[in-house]
Write a protein that binds this ligand. Structure first.
Ligand code: ZN
Length: 216
């Protein structure tokens, strides 16, 4: 019994590490994580996640680039400062199974452009249906925007407080937020959901940029 449990345990850790490596490669291929930016994490169980260490090329991650971090423990040596943002969200929301962060060009620009409003509102785009809970292009989807901040503790508190606020129906809050001039955080119940949300949001922001610059 002990041996069987140990095998299951190792498989869960290995599966999470593999999912982090896959997500990094996927994002790198799309030029969303330039110059070792971004960070990627996948939940192992109720109390641990697998998360990228600081400074790793996300397109060439190996298992040695992934830390096994307990949610209630101090950040491990080699952690990215932004790892604290991941840990707080996992601790606050047991349904989150993966959190991916990119410095995608469209996310970074749109966050900067909408900082004063504190949110981007998506409406009228078919692709917004790729986001959890959105069933029509006619829905209004709010993506919160936060000022960028090097004090990650302060930022983490601001984000947690905002995400805990109820949203007024019929608006729907996206499974993601923007840091102005910095990038996008997106999450999901599984790594596959988080990847879809990441890709949909980055593409939607690109569509907004193209739409606003188009002059017939
Ligand atoms: Zn970042």
């Amino acid at each position: 019994m002990t041996v069987a449990l140990a095998i299951v345990e190792r498989d869960d850790v290995e599966a999470a590490i593999e999912a982090v490596i896959d997500a990094g490669r996927y994002a790198s291929a799309r030029h969303w994580v330039p110059a070792t930016s971004g960070n990627f994490s996948v939940r192992i169980d109720a109390r641990r996640v697998a998360i990228t260490r600081s400074g790793a090329d996300k397109g060439a991650l190996t298992p040695s680039d992934i830390l096994i971090q307990a949610l209630d423990a101090p950040l491990l040596p080699g952690s990215s400062a932004e790892a604290a943002l991941h840990l707080r969200q996992y601790a606050d929301n047991p349904d989150i199974g993966a959190i991916f962060h990119i410095h995608g060009p469209s996310s970074t620009v749109i966050g900067h452009a909408h900082l004063a409003e504190g949110a981007v509102h998506l409406n009228g785009w078919e692709l917004q249906k790729a986001l959890l809970g959105v069933t029509t292009h006619a829905a209004t989807v709010e993506v919160p925007v936060f000022a960028n901040e090097q004090n990650i503790d302060a930022l983490s508190h601001r984000i947690a407080a905002r995400l805990a606020e109820p949203i007024t129906a019929p608006q729907i809050r996206a499974p993601g937020y923007l840091l102005a001039g910095h990038g996008l955080y997106a999450w999901g119940r599984t790594p596959r959901d988080a990847t879809r949300h990441l890709e949909a949001l980055e593409a939607l922001f690109n569509q907004m940029i193209v739409f606003r610059s188009y002059r017939p």
